[in-house]
Design a protein around this ligand. Structure first.
Ligand code: ATP
Length: 543
């Protein structure tokens, strides 16, 4: 064998050896990790405390591990000596949000009193509803009870995602004007029980929350809470991202806010709240916050002529925008009547938009990447996995871009059931020109089970960006002002001449020129969890 050949063989042997070594060390590492996991599991299942408490009238053998508290009734021996095996009941500590020492107190007595035992305040699940539940454990020994109380408190402080200090914004003008009452009645008592401090701002006008968020000292808080409807939620989400951008001195690129946002629903539709809770319920929402359930959520930026309009979750152009613009002009009507009136009127004057629609589809591999991404991984896939822009010119009755499914009691599976909270893309739903009756058929299917997209005039795509360039110069104001009277609302973007109404997260935004929408994967963290369907108890009778 010649020298170079020998060298080559040597190199090959070396590389095979290296590979084998790497494989061995990989296997070793995996084994070590598995052993560590097992050890952790064993440790968490190790009994931390064991003692006797009365639950109800019966004495129980109570065990506390790092993850759960379980109890089994202590049964007297049967005369035959038979052993009766009873399965223990248990509560996971991840569902416990407070523990208190119980004392016997006379009328008017504020403190002291003999110890009776402990009360554990937990969260019980009923479908998607979270409810408060209390577990009473009685033992008159002060020492025994305090040992358990202190240990439980220490274990509960280990849940690092649970907030201790929250900045709360309440919109007193939301929907039925009962946001303050909802907060006081259903949310404040839970926060108090969980020893969460709050700093409350009752907003006085549109944009108030945004201006407070731009200036307040954020680092002392663990989270922000919004009590209001979708408009308030949108303002706070926008404010959180803007503030993060300002803090990071990043005027171009959106920056992920450090603080999560909790949403207490007090609006008329509560689409964002429904999408992360599955129900419109202030107690469920408050318990997600108290227990620190975090869900990362994709957001979009909406810009026109290179200027940021706002950050948000959804936008509707065409029918959705025009319908909202009509509803806004009848603000004095009750919200459900207003919505029905606007829907019917917009259907009666149904007309397509002549525009150029361009979009950047998301590659399947990119969607899979997000589906498998772990919560704590922080990669920037925005630049990856995109195909090239697709452009269509034509007539559209409606174009929607939604980065969340937009669940609501009216549309239990969402306006965009084909997207999820954190899949790194948005659903583009483009409804081409068709007859009024076909369009109504398509709309009606949203409130039933499915099939809303199985029409030849509807196309859907998973996208990372969309550009809509209206061709017609006839905007909203020119066409509709003569029969609608004066607008009582001020659009966020004032424009000169004809402008097109956009519905961005339920807020009316009037824009004259093209709009570019970009998806920003997992840009914001909300308190809640991914749900696939909202509970529905309403039906819309207007169409
Ligand atoms: N005190 C206030 N008076 C008037 N508007 C306010 C006040 N505080 C906040 N706002 C603004 O009101 C707008 C609408 O609020 P919100 O979405 O909470 O109520 P809603 O429109 O009744 O609910 P929904 O959007 O679910 O129909 C938001 O843009 C918010 O900035």
């Amino acid at each position: 064998m010649s020298e170079p050949e020998e060298e080559l063989q040597g190199e090959k042997r070396e590389s095979t050896k290296k590979k084998k070594k790497e494989k061995r060390s990989g296997k070793k590492k995996k084994k070590e990790e598995e052993e560590e996991e097992e050890e952790e599991e064993e440790q968490s299942e190790c009994v931390v405390l064991r003692g006797i408490f009365k639950l109800g009238k019966k004495s129980h053998d109570v065990l506390l591990t790092r993850t759960k508290l379980s109890w089994t009734p202590i049964l007297p021996e049967t005369p035959t000596g038979e052993v009766c095996v009873v399965q223990p009941d248990m509560v996971l500590l991840q569902d416990v949000f407070a523990v208190k020492v119980k004392r016997r107190r006379g009328i008017g007595q504020q403190s002291g009193g003999p110890v009776l035992g402990m009360a554990l305040f937990c969260c019980k699940r009923r479908g998607r509803w979270l409810e408060e539940d209390t577990l009473h454990l009685h033992n008159a020994s002060s020492e025994h009870t305090h040992t358990w109380y202190n240990t439980l408190k220490e274990l509960l402080t280990g849940f690092s995602s649970r907030p201790r200090y929250l900045k709360v914004f309440i919109n007193p003008s939301s929907h039925k004007k009962d946001a303050v009452h909802i907060y006081r009645e259903h949310v404040a008592p839970l926060f108090k029980m969980a020893e969460i401090r709050t700093d409350i701002t009752v907003t006085e006008r549109k944009g108030h929350a945004l201006s407070v968020m731009k200036e307040c000292k954020l680092d002392e808080y663990d989270g922000v809470v919004c009590v209001g409807g979708d408009g308030s939620v949108a303002e706070l989400c926008h404010a959180l991202v803007l503030r993060a951008q300002l803090d990071a001195d990043s005027p171009e690129k959106p920056v992920k806010p450090v603080l999560p946002l909790g949403i207490i629903p007090a609006g008329s539709t509560d689409v964002v709240s429904c999408s992360v809770h599955g129900v419109r319920d202030p107690v469920t929402a408050a318990l997600h916050i108290v227990l620190g359930h975090l869900q990362q959520v994709d957001m979009c930026s909406f810009s026109s002529l290179g200027q940021l309009v706002r950050f948000g979750f959804s936008a509707m152009f065409g029918f959705g925008g025009r319908s909202l613009a009509r509803a806004e002009k009848k603000r004095w009507m009750p919200s459900s009547r207003r919505r029905e009136y606007a829907l019917v009127k917009t259907l009666a004057r149904l007309r397509p938009e002549d525009c150029q629609l361009s979009f950047l589809p998301v590659k399947k591999s990119n969607r899979d990447f997000f589906a498998h991404l772990e919560h704590d991984q922080d990669q920037d896939p925005e630049s990856e996995g995109e195909e090239s822009w697709t452009t269509n010119q034509g007539l559209y009755l409606s174009i929607s871009i939604m980065s969340i499914p937009c669940l609501s009691p009216h549309t239990p599976q969402g306006l965009a059931p084909n997207t999820s909270l954190a899949n790194g893309s948005a659903a583009l739903i483009a409804v081409g020109d068709t007859t009024r009756s076909e369009f109504i058929k398509h709309l009606k299917r949203y409130s039933s089970s499915s099939g809303q997209f199985s029409f030849s005039f509807v196309e859907t795509h998973a996208v990372s960006a969309v550009r809509i360039r209206p061709r017609s110069l006839i905007g909203w104001s020119e066409e509709d002002s003569e029969d609608e009277g004066e607008s009582k609302t001020t659009p966020i973007i004032q424009s000169q001449g004809a402008a097109f109404p956009w519905n961005i997260d339920g807020e009316l935004v009037e824009i004259s020129h093209e709009v570019v929408v970009r998806v920003h994967p997992r840009l914001i963290t909300l308190y809640g969890e991914e749900v696939d369907e909202a509970e529905s108890n309403v039906s819309c009778s207007c169409i």
